[in-house]
Design a protein around this ligand. Structure first.
Ligand code: HEC
Length: 158
């Protein structure tokens, strides 16, 4: 029994980082596939990644409730998923991008729900998640204070 628990913990430790730690540099390149529809524009208007407005601005998307970019007209499925508690993490992003409509159907438990995102990518999405996190505001989102000069230096020193 004890060994069972221990190996379960060991598995969790092994499995966790494998999914959580994408490669942000690779993700930046992979994001080229998303630019046809998404841009990354900071709150102050700084363009981090040029793209289009077919899809919502992905600045600060990690850790955010789905379907909440102001002024973007989401499909009802994604909005509903957000209201039901969908938050973008590496895990949800990977599953979503793999098959957006399927994911929204499953999440909302509604067979008629659809995603308005007509794009699928099965590989490298965890790298994109790492990239999005690296260019977004302080990790853990809204409640984190914005005055962290050390972190800003680190990003600039790339
Ligand atoms: C063909 C256009 C298109 C491409 C390419 C595309 N998207 Fe999207 N994306 C959309 C649209 C449109 C929506 C809004 C979906 C809805 O309202 O159901 C969306 C929504 C999203 C959302 C939800 C955002 C939120 O505010 O809740 C995420 C996250 C996302 N896309 C990530 C990606 C990533 C990562 C890629 C590249 C791997 C990508 N998309 C490629 C069109 C696209």
């Amino acid at each position: 029994m004890r060994t069972h628990i221990l190996s379960a913990i060991a598995l969790m430790i092994l499995a966790g980082p494998a999914l959580a730690q994408g490669d942000a540099a690779k993700g930046e390149k992979e994001f080229g596939k998303c630019k046809a529809c998404h841009a990354i524009v900071a709150d102050d208007g700084t363009v981090i990644m040029k793209g289009t407005k077919t899809g919502p601005n992905l600045y600060g998307v990690m850790g955010r409730q789905a379907g909440t970019v102001e002024g973007f007209k989401y499909g009802p499925g994604l909005r509903e998923a957000g209201e039901m508690g969908l938050v973008w993490t590496t895990e949800t992003l990977v599953k979503y991008v793999e098959d957006p409509s399927k994911f929204i159907k499953e999440f909302t438990n509604d067979d008629k729900a659809k995603s308005a995102m007509a794009f699928k990518l099965k590989k490298g999405v965890e790298d994109i998640a790492a990239y999005l996190e690296s260019v977004g505001p302080a990790p853990d989102g809204a409640s984190a204070p914005a005055d962290a000069p050390a972190a800003a230096d680190e990003t600039a020193a790339e």
